[in-house]
Design a protein around this ligand. Structure first.
Ligand code: HEC
Ligand code: HEC
Length: 324
């Protein structure tokens, strides 16, 4: 009897140990030995501190940092590879996506000012956001010190008086967020080449009876929502004084779309638009968007919110991209 018990207890313990070695310990050892992928760098001290703030504020309860090889995940970047995580042990993969995946947030939302406004109160840049505010990462002072730029919080969300400045923790957190960028894998095709995918090519053929449409309106609307609306607003109204409105913007309504195309390809900084100077910069999209995608977005902007101007084709974008 005793022997039987021993055999059952010993046998199951042994089985448990063999299985955990095979399924957890060996893969773990193998994974930690994976060398960093090309262009994967270690974090700076400030970024490491930001990563600790990310953990202690519980950001990982609502945000993942893993792109799965699924079509629904394509908006977040390419599928994650083991070499991406070489310098981030323990990995902050997360399991809940109450908010978007942040693997590539440094590329998708590279504006420091946007990140500060969003952390202070997400509604100040994303009106329908349900993300909690993190005001304790900021200080309200009478006047911002010379070396720190005050965060331009819209009146509706700003404290009654004083200037909002980021604490050292907020600076570290934003430095960490902006460091989250997926390096390209070496054999990735350049984006411009993907413009001629058969499905997209078909979508770009003008609908029967509508020979003037040079772009795919549904795709333009979708791409604008994912790439541009966080700053310029879904209705093109912008955020007063911080991100310019695109409704009625002269570049968007100019008969010649060349300047419009250049702004989207290269980004923009330091231009005064309709008498307002903007401290934030417009990121460059040349590396993220194909010619056809840019043509669709520009088509959407030039035919929405009361704008009415000629729309360029993917070929027009390709020509300007080649000249620059
Ligand atoms: C309770 C859940 C929740 C928590 C906790 C949370 N977020 Fe979010 N987050 C969201 C939601 C929902 C969105 C989408 C709406 C928006 O953009 O505000 C979002 C959006 C974002 C975005 C913009 C993503 C994009 O693709 O545009 C960033 C950046 C971000 N969060 C960072 C953080 C950081 C940093 C923390 C921790 C300090 C944090 N979040 C904590 C729910 C959360
Ligand atoms: C991180 C915030 C941000 C995002 C995202 C963003 N923009 Fe901008 N955009 C700006 C800012 C800031 C300016 C004003 C820059 C300046 O005045 O120098 C601007 C200016 C513009 C202008 C006006 C140019 C002019 O000369 O009047 C256009 C057009 C524009 N953006 C289009 C887009 C499109 C299209 C996208 C998406 C593909 C986009 N923006 C995404 C911040 C952003």
């Amino acid at each position: 009897m005793d022997n039987k018990l021993l055999a059952i207890a010993g046998g199951s313990t042994l089985l448990y140990m063999v299985l955990s070695t095979l399924m957890a310990i060996l893969p773990g050892i193998e994974l930690s030995a994976v060398p960093p992928g090309p262009n994967v760098h270690d974090l700076t001290l400030l970024q490491q501190r930001g990563r600790q703030v990310y953990v202690s504020e519980g950001c990982a309860y609502c945000h993942t940092q893993q792109v799965r090889p699924l079509a629904v995940d394509q908006v977040f970047g390419r599928p994650s590879a083991p070499g991406d995580f070489a310098f981030s042990t323990p990995e902050l993969l997360g399991s809940e996506r109450t908010g978007p995946d942040l693997t590539n947030i440094g590329k998708r939302q590279s504006s420091e000012i946007w990140q500060y406004m969003h952390l202070y109160n997400p509604r100040s840049v994303v009106p329908q956001s349900v993300m909690p505010s993190f005001p304790w990462l900021f200080k309200v002072v009478d006047e911002a010190p010379k070396d720190i730029q005050a965060v331009p919080i819209p009146k509706k969300y700003a404290p009654p008086r004083g200037a909002v400045i980021p604490s050292r923790d907020a600076q570290a957190l934003v430095a960490y967020l902006l460091s989250l960028k997926q390096p390209e894998l070496p054999n990735n095709k350049p984006l411009a080449a993907s413009a001629t995918k058969p499905a997209q090519a078909a979508a770009h053929a003008p609908a029967p009876g509508n020979t003037t449409l040079t772009f795919d309106a549904a795709n333009g609307l979708k791409l604008f929502a994912t790439n541009c609306a966080s700053c310029h607003g879904a209705q093109g109204a912008g955020v007063p004084g911080v991100f310019p409105p695109l409704a009625g913007n002269p570049v968007v309504n100019a008969p010649d779309p060349t300047e419009h195309i250049i702004v989207v390809l290269q980004g923009l900084h330091g231009k005064s638009i309709a008498g307002t100077s903007y401290a934030a910069q417009m990121p460059s999209f040349a590396a993220q968007l194909s010619d056809a995608e840019i043509a669709d977005i520009i088509g959407h902007e030039r035919s929405s919110w009361g704008n009415h101007a000629p729309t360029p084709t993917a070929k027009d974008v390709a020509q300007i991209r080649a000249q620059k």
